[in-house]
Design a protein around this ligand. Structure first.
Ligand code: ZN
Length: 114
């Protein structure tokens, strides 16, 4: 798949996720000209790159910039946010990560075997 094709695929899914989330930031409820779509499990994990359960619409502040309330700079906050406000997505993420751990994918490759 070429770069252009991938970009098109991403745009289609991201637009659908924004639509699902009412075209507002899930955290503050504000619309934004550049409403971001955040990957809960990183986009580099290709299996879930386009999975809507792995995606959430957020404004730039709640995506990347706030040190107290953003998925990138305050990851623990992000986990608690999901647990309280998006319980179905929270469950999906937890179950998926557990599955990855059980499959011994690279998320736990750092673990000592001794
Ligand atoms: Zn926001």
């Amino acid at each position: 798949m070429g770069r252009t094709e991938k970009r098109k695929q991403w745009k289609t899914v991201a637009d659908a996720v924004r639509e699902r989330d009412g075209n507002v930031c899930c955290v503050c409820g504000q619309p934004h000209v550049k409403l971001n779509v955040h990957h809960l499990i990183p986009r580099e994990v290709k299996e879930y790159w386009l999975e809507p359960m792995n995606l959430i619409s957020v404004c730039p502040r709640h995506h990347k910039y706030s040190y107290t309330e953003s998925f990138h700079k305050a990851p623990f906050w992000g986990v608690i946010y999901l647990q309280y406000y998006r319980p179905e997505q929270y469950k999906w993420v937890i179950d998926t990560i557990k599955g990855m751990m059980n499959a011994k994918t690279d998320i736990i490759n750092y673990r000592s075997e001794t």
